[in-house]
Design a protein around this ligand. Sequence first.
Ligand code: BG6
Length: 493
Amino acid sequence: MVIFGASGDLTKRKLMPALYSLYREKRLGGEFYILGIGRTNYSDEGFRSYILREMKEFLNPADLEEETMAAFADRLRYLPMDPSKDEGYPELRKRIVELSGAERPDNLLFYLATPPVLYGVVPLHLKKVGLNTPHARIIVEKPFGYDLKSAQELNQIYASVFDESQVYRIDHFLGKETAQNVLALRFANGVFEPLWNRNYIDYVEVTAVENLGIEERGGYYDASGALRDMVQNHLIQLVALTAMEPPAVFNADNFRNEVLKVYESLTPLTEEDFQEHIVRGQYTASEHRKGYREEKGVAPESRTETYIAMKLGISNWRWAGVPFYIRTGKQMPTKVTEIVVHFKPTPHQMFHAAGGEAPKANALVIRIQPNEGFVLKTDMKTPGAGFDVQQVSMDFTYGQLGGVPAGDAYARLIDDCIQGDPTLFTRGDAVEASWRFFTPVLDYWKQNPDVSLYGYPAGTWGPKESEAMTREHGAEWTNPCKNLTNTDQYCEL
Ligand code: BG6
């Protein structure tokens, strides 16, 4: 396995811990090496001690086994080179030949954890030195392209170097156990699916917010913003899992066809949507937190959005007229990713909640993280005189099934790639379909640089303007954990 960008953030935070957990579970096979590529000038030994040091920070303390870590580190090698230039590639080929002991090595996995500008360059260099062998696979991080045109160009480059079956576009949200469980919840149970349509569902919310800022990634983030970083990929994947039709047989092609159909059914956004149904925000300084514009690598006048809320529609028989409200933000009060399906109220109301209010409609909260699980909100009679009802929660948490497996999304996805299973990776046509939908938003922002950008103090639920958007439909954002007193707390399910 060759990791481009081996001295970067993703490698130490996610890839190495994931590979180590696969190693511990004996899922990496007998003879394998991980060759790190980066511009930092490490020796093999220097790279090993850097990774061992970092893993101590990013691994769960219970997983720190000295001996296993040393044995894992023994498999690490490093080649300092600039992946954007072709000079280093003959040496790369030589190292791979040495390590594999084969003149024509073919059991290869390349991982592009580099800045996105290199996604189109590295494959061409690999081709020049003949490393695009028939069984090689390549994992490419998101964002795959920064708009429709660039995604199409990238797809063309990959098609000129590899077969589509060799290209694994990673979206780590799909590697999350609980995201996959949306499919089990919907398609392994008979009770939900008959209700899962416009006749019974009023609106759907998809939220993925974080209580952190942009950390050390100012350079990347300021050129991307929340739409490219989270919405075009992670959020829309969650929309697809919620909205897709059940595949007749669960396999890679069928599943990915259904995802694509959802993207192709998204109702194209209009000028009115750009103005009324998309709210952009940027966090400003608050008591203990920096404002976005004070972050390292961010332009002092930056108008990049760190929060976005949008209303989407899906034009098909199942979903016509049902709004999907999606939002993501940095520096929110907590970290939570969840889908909330709001059912329509009963057609006729015989009972009331306390104070004569209408009973609350049923809702199903699917919590992707943390406190993974789901809650079905139902109305029950309040004990005692009269006939008031109140809402109660029936819940399931993953703890009841022994918890979410320790190896996170990356371990699952790298393992799938090694096994040659592309189900949970994004196909080229789906990436393009998603960009086809979102690119007009980016174009509109470009043509209207003064489009509203609302400030929100770090640690709050984002601009108030996003509430007006849902109010139009009589809907309300579910802000879980309203009572959190400090932003490091996670909210209960
Ligand atoms: C990444 C984004 O893809 O996902 C980050 O680039 C974001 O900005 C992260 O923080 C969130 O992932 P998770 O798994 O921590 O919810």
